[in-house]
Design a binder for this molecule. Structure first.
Ligand code: TMP
Length: 253
């Protein structure tokens, strides 16, 4: 089947969906880090992220968080609502890690005085710079009311996901979210978009602090595929056929 490719990102491809207002989100095994400077493949990542993101979005929908997720289509694809992506990456941090440690000279693993929300401008050419509410409103990427809603949603999602992950022995260190606008009869609704997966979260084992996320790839720690599988297994969404199936159908043209 040929279909229109709308957008290709570093980890996903978006195709025109079967009905107007829908999009097919295809999860690739490709991995990049440090704004594309490091490139690689994590075998089976696309299949696992498809499942993990589906699971987390469905759980968030249950507590009333609107999301773009409609349904899983196959091993690597899910149907999502077509939204106007707000060009911001919202990062919520509970524990100092990654770029936060560099910026503030902190040791990785230090608990923060409270959860900290940061905004980054989603722009690969600029390397997703950290921005403030001033930049966001002055450049018109969002407005104070919408940004307040995004901020509150980010904190609610953080509270819920911290508990959910803790229940399966994982600490949610930090994560990144993207939001989109959905227009319905002149009314705008803000919805959670993109994905939530070990690509976009830092997850450490509660007992050992072992990293079970994309930092294993970023920092060449080994056991990358196994880490993604372990997160899926703990969430109860590891495909039954296990790693055998993990390559999934080759549906890209
Ligand atoms: P950072 O410490 O590198 O700023 O990353 C913070 C969180 O955001 C971490 O969980 C990984 C996630 N993230 C993305 O999903 N995409 C990105 O491009 C970056 C830089 C981070």
């Amino acid at each position: 089947m040929r279909r229109k490719r709308i957008y290709e990102g570093k980890a996903k491809v978006l195709f025109e969906g079967p009905e107007p207002g829908t999009i097919v989100q295809y999860f690739k095994d490709d991995a990049t880090a440090f704004n594309n400077q490091k490139q690689g493949v994590i075998t089976g990542k696309g299949v696992l992220n498809n499942r993990i993101s589906e699971y987390l979005m469905l759980r968030l929908a249950e507590i009333g968080i609107p999301t773009h997720f409609v349904r899983r289509l196959n091993m690597r694809e899910q149907l999502v609502r077509e939204v106007e992506i707000i060009p911001l990456e919202l990062v919520v941090r509970n524990v100092a890690a990654g770029s936060f440690c560099k910026r503030f000279g902190m040791e990785e693993g230090a608990t923060l005085p409270r959860s900290i929300v940061e905004y980054y401008f989603k722009n690969d050419e600029l390397g997703d710079p950290l921005v403030s509410e001033e930049h966001i409103t002055a450049f018109g990427w969002s407005n104070p009311r919408e940004l307040d809603e995004i901020f509150q949603l980010g904190l609610r999602i953080n509270d819920f996901l911290c508990g959910l992950f803790l229940g399966v022995g994982l600490r949610l260190i930090d994560f990144k979210l993207e939001f989109g606008r959905l227009w319905e009869n002149e009314e705008m609704q803000l919805v959670l978009a993109d994905e939530i997966s070990p690509d976009s979260c830092r997850l450490w084992d509660v007992e050992t602090n072992e990293k079970l996320d994309k930092d294993r790839f970023r920092r060449d720690l080994g056991g990358v595929e196994e880490a993604y599988q372990e997160v899926a297994r703990r969430l109860g969404v590891l495909p039954e056929a296990g790693p055998i199936d993990i390559k999934g159908p080759k549906v890209l043209q």
